[in-house]
Ligand binder design. Structure first.
Ligand code: ATP
Length: 342
């Protein structure tokens, strides 16, 4: 992937997918996917296991061909001008063919030279990327001796060597520690501020919030929502007040939907913080049995749950930023709307 000065087509988004369809045998991995990412935009690509995120990234990298639809990178069609299109792309996949016997520095040099960088430029780029990705102390370590999280950082560095205009990161923080995760998020924000478009798949919603990224939700191969965080939370987010009791919860009369589970009572309400006084007043004789009260404001987690009918992640990411308890009384997914944004 040599570095290239081919300009992006003026006004073209960094990434544009139109009507993209991909099947593996009987499995349709992507249905008629439309997605655009502008220069300088970070989009969190969210979806349960098997939703189609890796397929979308592999198609964008030209590693797979779509059965139908068009993909353009910086205005260059992957089908008509594959080399020009791919020169603008950096992909950090979950797995990458880095060479275990070589050190991090040697791997970076190898991939930099494949990208057309030479001599001093290779060294400069290695230094520039080592610091923000926390690779400084690892440069002379054999890649075969790195942890999974450390290896992911090498993948990210490889993807960035040739200064791509579009960066695709496939779960870059899986297995990465808190400090590195924070550093990576800061770095992605800097890249975006410099105009790089970033597509970032993750299982940690807190990262998307920390990135202040726009969001694209993939569900069973379809983009079911696309918009800014604020937009999605306003349109689909729900809040609730969760009360835990020392024994079975009471059944207070309230104007909002209430569900119970073991010793927990959940009240689903748009502005949960404002509902607390009325909820407490409705407890009556059960008030002394109240052990704990949580106010759960509408969030990306509740948006995701509402749109897909399932919580996004069961576990918190390293460092503890995590999701909220499940939305009460929400059985299966409901028809979701696709915003005009994508
Ligand atoms: P994860 O979060 O688990 O990485 P994902 O969102 O990246 O999942 P994909 O890997 O794109 O999902 O898979 C989308 C669908 O296509 C799934 O149903 C998966 O089983 C199927 N699939 C993916 N790769 C292949 C393949 N090579 N052959 C057959 N089916 C595949």
């Amino acid at each position: 992937m040599p570095t290239d000065t081919t300009p992006a087509a003026p006004g073209a988004p960094a990434l544009s997918l139109r009507g993209v369809h991909k099947r593996y045998g009987d499995t349709t991995a992507l249905h008629d996917v439309d997605l655009r990412i502008a220069e300088g935009e970070v989009v969190g690509l969210l979806g349960h296991n098997g939703a189609g995120k890796t397929t979308l990234m592999s198609l964008t990298a030209g590693l797979l061909r779509p059965d139908a639809g068009d993909i353009e990178i910086c205005g260059h069609s992957l089908r008509a001008e594959p080399h020009r299109a791919r020169r603008h792309l950096g992909l950090a996949p979950q797995e990458l063919g880095v060479y275990p016997p070589l050190t991090v520095r040697q791997n970076l040099r190898f991939f930099a030279e494949l990208s057309g960088l030479r001599g001093r430029e290779v060294r400069r780029r290695t230094e520039e990327l080592a610091e923000p990705l926390g690779l400084g102390d690892l440069l002379d370590r054999g890649v075969g001796r790195l942890s999974g999280g450390e290896r992911r950082r090498v993948h990210t560095a490889v993807a960035l060597l040739h200064r791509p205009r579009l960066l695709m990161l496939d779960e870059p923080t899986a297995g990465v520690d808190v400090e590195t995760r924070t550093r990576l998020i800061d770095f992605v924000r800097e890249l975006a501020a410099d105009g790089t478009a970033v597509c970032y798949s993750t299982h940690y919603l807190a990262e998307v919030e920390a990135l202040a990224a726009d969001v694209a939700v993939l569900d069973q191969g379809r983009v079911i929502a696309r918009g800014t965080l604020d937009d999605l939370v306003r349109r689909h987010g729900v809040g609730y007040v969760e009360l835990t009791f020392t024994g079975p919860p009471p059944a207070p009369r309230l104007p909002w939907p209430v569900t119970t589970e073991a010793r927990t009572l959940r009240v689903r309400v748009d502005q949960p913080h404002l509902a607390v006084p009325e909820i407490l007043a409705a407890l009556g004789d059960a008030a002394p049995q109240l052990l704990n009260l949580d106010v759960v404001r509408p969030s990306l987690e509740s948006v995701f749950l509402r749109l897909t009918g399932r919580r996004y992640v069961a576990d918190a990411p390293p460092g503890g930023a995590g999701g909220h308890p499940p939305e009460p009384g929400r059985p299966g997914g409901q028809p979701a709307e696709v915003s005009g944004h994508g």
